[in-house]
Design a protein around this ligand. Sequence first.
Ligand SMILES: [Zn+2]
Length: 374
Amino acid sequence: MKVFSDLATTAYGISGHPEAPFRVAKTFQRLAKGGFRPEMPDVDATQADVLTVHTPRHWDQVRSGDYADADTPHFPGMEEIALISLSGALSAYESARAGEPAFSLMRPPGHHAAAERVAGFCYVNNIAVACTRALKDGLRVAVLDVDVHHGDGTEAIALGKKGWLFTSLHQSPLYPGSGLASRDNCLNYPLPPFTGEKEYLPALEQAIKDVMDFKPDILGVSAGFDTYKDCPIAQMKLEQGTYLKIGKLIAQTKLKRFAVLEGGYAPDLPILIENSSRASAVSCLESFLPRGGRKEVGGTTGGSGGGSWSRGERDLSWSPGGIREGIPGRRRLGPSDRTFGHAPGAPAPRPGPPFPAGTLSRSGVWTPVCGRPR
Ligand SMILES: [Zn+2]
């Protein structure tokens, strides 16, 4: 399994904002330590790619900051960082298309961005651009959005498009307040706050069944990890080990597939991503093992370093990689160019106290349960 990343995407942020540089910086370190060897994108996204799903006005707004969304502040140079993030998604798509599953470890995320709307920490809808490329390549494409928030931007772009199935599991009520029912080619599986693994996994299995019934040529996963029990801006209750199961269930589809990072704001994010990636990688390799040689998926359950990945690991011959100082090769932006707050590798912000029932904007604006959905 390939991992595409670029530490230049850690070069923006505002102190206290949950969508912080540590998400990529710390996860990059953890995956590198675990032998995943993150690499630079091998596809350079351009404005033309953005304009396959967004309007020229939208792209102007991303560049100029001429829009109003308190959750999604404008940063000078954001268009360049958004293109790097999109490059990761397109590289992951191309890798998957060629037969190797891939994950784009980048920020900003994308699934709330609509054709002409910056929203929910998202500027450009990375997965929607990748899926649009898949449609152009003549492929049937399905999206499985497992972020705790409804992928409203992706749904708005995918709605009614032939050859494209959108599925989303998400907490409801919660930002952005949509995704309460399915419509046309967009299937929604809203789940209540405090949903744990026991209720979550059957819903995921149903969504995967619906994906398989669609018979896609390729699957794009909007990989959000804010379903985690310690996520500071949502109230689901998945455990670290749940992400192993999610990764395995998705891998078992045997579909060509790629994933892009969406949300996930708890300090444990790197562990969750490693668990999910590891399960996916094991399941890929399992199919090449001789009969009888297959191993159960083990996994890390926290702690530092490589964790307790024991069963099956040695047989699958992972060689640990060292932590690199940044990524060699292209580096369009660096801390010396622009630093907007957290330095790369800075400690994660501490999660706040648990919230009572209600709807929380992604940046912490509180609305009672009966509040008007956005
Ligand atoms: Zn989210």
